[in-house]
Structures are given as structure tokens and as C-alpha cells.
Design a protein around this ligand. Structure first.
Ligand code: GDP
Ligand code: MG
Length: 238
């Protein structure tokens, strides 16, 4: 299996089938891939919709988690279920445009980790408010954690399986989108080759966002400071 696409979902009944269709339509021909939907037992029936529609489609796997709900833990569950030599993670609300997949896949042949970034030249975000808040927070992350990466909270990326599985999952996959700066931190520590390519992030049209700006700001700031404290106490930990 060349590629596994991990799609975490919570109440994405209005998006998930369209997204699977859009991914399928953009997949370069001849690619051997699987799509793993990891649903946290959404009350809107996301899991059942995927199961029923794709019952006969071996490319689509649906996982239902019934405890310990959370974005990062769902992504970890999807990764652990996957078999692709490359693993791609993206949101299911079309914020991460499936249009970028062929580019990510192409460049992933050269780098351990390729990230679709809002902040490298050419990257952008449909919502200006969200763009500015994320940009400021990312400056903070870069100063505090000394990351060389411009978009540390994007979460649209592809990584080589062997490199990913060498990372300490316990120290990375918890919380919300903050898992992504922990993943990048450990990937940098190990000297992985990382490249950002410009991506446009689109505002959600269907369904509701599960994040709230102030809650995320405090959560991400706390996570960043905890990470800094760990680096300070154990500067060579890989
Ligand atoms: N499995 C799972 N997915 C989640 C959870 N929270 C959010 N997601 C998914 O994570 C992605 C980003 O969430 P979203 O609500 O769009 O938040 P925002 O992009 O920060 O506004 C979407 O694909 C959601 O369905 C969760 O608790 N569990
Ligand atoms: Mg979103």
C-alpha cells in the first residue's frame, strides 16, 4: 500500500462522503491507497453513513472510537490502523483542500515530511481573521520552541511511515491541533527532512467547527509552554 489517508471526524455527516469523493477524484492514477475515517461516535451518524455507503469499497475503512474522544488520539488510532508507506492526515471539513494531494504526494517522494502551509509564500487562508490569529500564534511558537517551520498548527501533512513510527507517539498524540507542533518538534530533533509547500485553507461551509478561538488559544499556549519546559528539562530527548 503506497498511501493511507487518515480523516478524523466528529459530526461531519455533511462533508465526509463529498470529501471521500473529492479525494478519490484527485488521486493520481495507479496510486494504491486507502482512506481511514476515524470517527468519535458522532451523534450525527458520520460513522454509519461511511460504513453503509462504502460497505463494498475496500479502499475505505471506517473506525469508530467510543471512549476518550479527541482529535489527536483519533489521528493516532488511524495511523496505527494504516498500512501505507506514506501517511497523509487532513481535516474533513474541506479546510484542507484535496486539490493539494497530488502535489503533497509528489514532493513526499523527496522529503520525510511535507506540510501544506498557510504561511510560506503562496500559502493563504480564506478567513483573514483566522489567518492573522494563527500567524501571530505561529510566530510565538517559532520564538518559544525555536521551530524552523512557519505553519506549526496546520495539520495538513504527509509523512513516511517508517519515520513516523520512530517518533514517541505518547509524547505527541494528545490534545487537539497542538499535537502537530509536538510532531514537528520531534521530527526536527531527529533530523528528518521537512518541507513546507504553499496551501490555501478554505473556511468550512457545512457542519460546525468544534473549536473555539479563546479555548484553543489557552489550550495551545499551555501546550507550547509545557513543551518548552520539557525541552528545558531534557534538551536532548529524541
Ligand atoms: N475523531 C475526532 N475528530 C475531531 C474531533 N474534533 C474535531 N475533529 C475533526 O477535526 C477536524 C478539525 O475540526 P474542526 O471542527 O473543523 O475545527 P477547526 O478546524 O479548529 O475549526 C475536522 O475534521 C473534525 O471533524 C474529535 O474529538 N474527534
Ligand atoms: Mg475546521
Amino acid at each position: 500500500m503506497q498511501l493511507s489517508i487518515v480523516l478524523p471526524t466528529y459530526n461531519e455527516a455533511a462533508n465526509i462522503l463529498q470529501l471521500i469523493e473529492a479525494i478519490t477524484a484527485r488521486m493520481p492514477s495507479g496510486t494504491n491507497y486507502e482512506i481511514i475515517v476515524v470517527d468519535d461516535d458522532s451523534p450525527d451518524g458520520t460513522y454509519d453513513i461511511v460504513r453503509q455507503t462504502h460497505r463494498a469499497n475496500p479502499r475505505v475503512v471506517a473506525l469508530r472510537r467510543t471512549s476518550d474522544r479527541g482529535l489527536a488520539k483519533s489521528i493516532r488510532a488511524g495511523i496505527e490502523k494504516s498500512c501505507g508507506t506514506k501517511i497523509l492526515v487532513m481535516d474533513t471539513d474541506f479546510t484542507h483542500d484535496p486539490e493539494e494531494i497530488p502535489k503533497l504526494l509528489h514532493i513526499a517522494a523527496l522529503y520525510d515530511l511535507v506540510s501544506g502551509s498557510r504561511f510560506c509564500p503562496g500559502g493563504r487562508m480564506q478567513s483573514t481573521d483566522h489567518y492573522i490569529c494563527s500567524l501571530v500564534f505561529n510566530w510565538l511558537v517559532r520564538v518559544v520552541l525555536r521551530t524552523q517551520i512557519q505553519d506549526n498548527t496546520g495539520g495538513y501533512f504527509i509523512i513516511s511511515r517508517n519515520k513516523l513510527f520512530a517518533l514517541p507517539f505518547e509524547n505527541i498524540f494528545f490534545g487537539y491541533g497542538d499535537y502537530f507542533f509536538r510532531l514537528l518538534h520531534y521530527a526536527q530533533r531527529r533530523g528528518y527532512t521537512i518541507v513546507e509547500i504553499p496551501a490555501k485553507y478554505i473556511s468550512r461551509i457545512e457542519g460546525q467547527s468544534k473549536s473555539n478561538f479563546m479555548r484553543m488559544f489557552f489550550l495551545y499556549t499551555g501546550a507550547m509552554l509545557r513543551m518548552k519546559w520539557q525541552i528545558f528539562r531534557n534538551p536532548y530527548r529524541q
